[in-house]
Design a binder for this molecule. Structure first.
Ligand SMILES: [Zn+2]
Length: 532
């Protein structure tokens, strides 16, 4: 037995079964009952809202031998022939593939002959906005003086593309997006017929995912049922099949952000990327998560407004007490901005990292322009020379970069150093305590004059002084670099503005190395933040 998709199997065959378009159904049945049928109808609305379904029912109703209350009887020969698609007097045309003048001329010639069966010749033209200008003009001539036995039903998702001359000759009906309640009720009916048991929540989730389209909702339900054939359809199974995100990870991430833990949040991001999550999708999903949290925080009955499992609701409620609504709104704003930027960005990861830092470090939001500028420079990739923008916003560093800006390095940074810098965040992330904090604020540099393969680690904080002549610290860093890159490198640690090396320059990573080694930004901590 061949399988019929649910949306075909359960396509309504009478007006009573059409859901969510009562305003249209009532008008049409009244017209049929009182024999006031028009000659040209225009059905507008988004996909899956029932336009072609209603068009077919209308075609049957006007031709039916014994209409019942304005609806087709579905029993007479005419109804059966139209239902089976064998009736000669109901012609369906897809304007997407038949959009030329000749296609419409053909119709004009046919129109002059009376229908051989039934009362009306009905032309259903789907996607009518696809017709060429010439075709529209040809159609217009027919619409101006249609024979009494001809009826046109034009359907479109884009009414604004229909010429006004055509619009003015049609009765226009706007199909609404179908509400979640209406879709859910219909899905329930069909599940009963199919003998599938399902949790109410599962059904509502599918209805919601249909986004106003009954057809989409039915297709999604089909997928879910096919995946768990013969089993009860639970909310969790639906989430799994429809690829809904695991909100637990968002909960984890948000808690890190609330704690102001930059490194922790970046690690979670890293896990997500390793797990194959697409970043634009992630940004959208996380924004939605925070939106849910805001609803939990501000509404009386959040359970009714949000589709999450009871466990996740518990987490949300817990989190809602951890932060103020204003803070949450700031988070949402930053991530909404991000979702606009990220779509066409090449360095998506860097953008997300910056956004996470912004969330963790409110004070940084105003001085992040320098970081964004760096990003712009990276993306333009026009300057081969070391990046001149400061890597830190501290006043001390501005002086250093100013000197660096005056003198372009004579030699490019050695490849080994570039590789180290490309993985700098990962390398420094493996140290601990105060050393880690100092390293994460440091700027890796090289001698731009000689280009010798020595890594100068320039601490931006004077507290870094304690590591400058510390052989153990140096050894620790060297060992991590060997483990990470396989390179042994000479290291010299120094404190910005307290050393005599005037030729030091920032290390720019070549595109080729960037492409081969995972690209990381050095995370800047808020300079005003007291050290733990
Ligand atoms: Zn009939």
């Amino acid at each position: 037995m061949s399988y019929t998709a649910l949306y075909r199997k359960f396509r309504p065959d009478n007006f009573a079964d059409v859901k969510g378009q009562d305003h249209i159904v009532t008008t049409l049945t009244n017209q049929i009952k009182h024999n006031r049928i028009g000659h040209a109808y225009l059905f507008c609305g988004t996909r899956g809202t029932g336009k072609t379904t209603v068009a077919k029912i209308l075609a049957k109703a006007v031709n039916c031998e014994h209409p019942v209350n304005g609806s087709p009887c579905n029993e007479c020969a005419m109804c059966k022939a139209i239902q089976a698609g064998t009736a000669m007097n109901v012609i369906e045309i897809d304007a997407a593939s038949n959009n030329g003048v000749d296609n419409i001329r053909e119709i004009r010639e046919e129109v002059s002959y009376r229908p051989t069966e039934g009362k009306y010749k009905v032309y259903i033209i789907d996607e009518v906005h696809m017709l060429s200008t010439g075709a529209f003009n040809a159609l217009l001539k027919t619409l101006e003086e249609p024979p009494s036995y001809v009826m046109f039903i034009l359907a479109t998702t884009e009414a604004h593309k229909i010429p006004i001359t055509i619009l003015s000759r049609c009765q226009r009906y706007d199909f609404h997006r179908i509400t979640i309640d209406t879709i859910a009720a219909r899905l329930d009916e069909l599940l009963k017929v199919e003998g599938v048991t399902a949790e109410e929540k599962a059904v509502r989730y599918v209805a919601k995912a249909g986004d106003g389209s009954m057809r989409d909702a039915l297709s999604l339900l089909d997928q879910c049922i096919a995946f768990y054939l013969g089993q009860e359809l639970t909310y969790d199974k639906v989430l799994e099949v429809l690829g809904a995100v695991d909100t637990e990870v968002f909960s984890k991430l948000l808690r890190k952000v609330i704690q102001g833990d930059v490194t922790g949040s970046i690690h979670i991001l890293e896990e997500l990327i390793v797990g194959g999550r697409e970043l634009s999708q992630f940004v959208g999903d996380f924004t939605w998560y925070m939106r849910n949290l805001l609803l939990v925080k501000t509404s009386e009955n959040p359970e009714e407004a949000i589709d999450v499992s009871s466990e996740n609701m518990k987490l949300l409620k817990e989190e809602s007490t951890m932060l103020e609504a204003e803070t949450l709104m700031r988070y949402i704003r930053i991530f909404s901005d991000l979702s606009n930027q990220i779509r066409y960005a090449t360095q998506k990861r860097v953008l997300v990292e910056i956004a996470l830092i912004k969330l963790c470090r409110p004070a940084m939001e105003t001085n992040l322009d320098s970081v964004l500028d760096r990003l712009r420079v990276l993306e333009q990739r026009i300057d081969e020379r070391p990046v001149q923008q400061g890597t830190s916003a501290t006043g001390a560093d501005t002086a250093v970069t100013a000197t660096a800006a005056k003198k372009a390095p004579a030699k490019a940074a050695p490849e080994d150093l570039q590789k180290i810098v490309a993985g700098w965040r990962v390398i420094t992330g493996q140290t601990t305590g105060m050393f880690k904090q100092m390293l994460q604020k440091s700027v890796p540099k090289y001698n731009g004059e000689t280009g010798e393969p020595i890594l100068y680690v320039e601490f931006q904080d004077f507290l870094g002084q304690s590591y400058v002549d510390n052989p153990e610290a140096k050894k620790e860093l060297q060992d991590i670099i060997i483990a990470q890159t396989g390179k042994t490198v000479e290291i010299q640690m120094l404190v910005a503005n307290q050393h005599q090396h005037t030729n030091l320059a920032n290390i720019t990573v070549d595109q080729a190395i960037k492409d081969n080694i995972h690209m990381d930004v050095v995370i800047e901590e808020d300079p005003d933040e007291p050290l733990e």
